[in-house]
Design a protein around this ligand. Sequence first.
Ligand SMILES: Cc1cc2nc3c(=O)[nH]c(=O)nc-3n(C[C@H](O)[C@H](O)[C@H](O)COP(=O)(O)O)c2cc1C
Length: 143
Amino acid sequence: MAKISLVYWSGTGNTQAMADYVVEGVKSAGAEVDVFEVTEANADDVLKSDVILLGCPSMGSEVLEEESMEPFMEEIEGGLSGKKVGLFGSYGWGDGQWMRDWQERVEGAGASMICDGIIVNGEPSDDSVIDELKSMGSNAALA
Ligand SMILES: Cc1cc2nc3c(=O)[nH]c(=O)nc-3n(C[C@H](O)[C@H](O)[C@H](O)COP(=O)(O)O)c2cc1C
């Protein structure tokens, strides 16, 4: 079975709530996932996974959180070729540009997306997006 890791950053809990639904999806498909808050994640260990799930809200001005998520991305970027990746994150007033840029970056590094990056305005409360997040998890388990 595929080895799956999930790494996230969340300042006020919205992206963490998204992560919880993704994890629920993985588990409902009978698989396991190693979950790390990004400051606890080791890039080399994460790169041993077949599937890497990454969560981060839009921060700065349509960028990844810069203290820990951006440096972590820089660390893993060179090893993403051939990996299956799922991206998700919450946003506020923007239009999701950070996610489009992030996905392009991951694809540019040679990874394939499990599905398009999932974005949520604020907290995940809409049933359809909750289903999408769970599906990302269950698709990760089947990857
Ligand atoms: C410093 C800071 C910068 C932000 N920059 C953006 C932004 O550029 N675009 C946007 O849509 N939302 C922006 N937001 C809003 C967050 O993305 C939003 O509050 C999100 O729900 C936070 O997710 P979290 O609870 O996982 O931390 C910003 C929030 C903060 C605190």
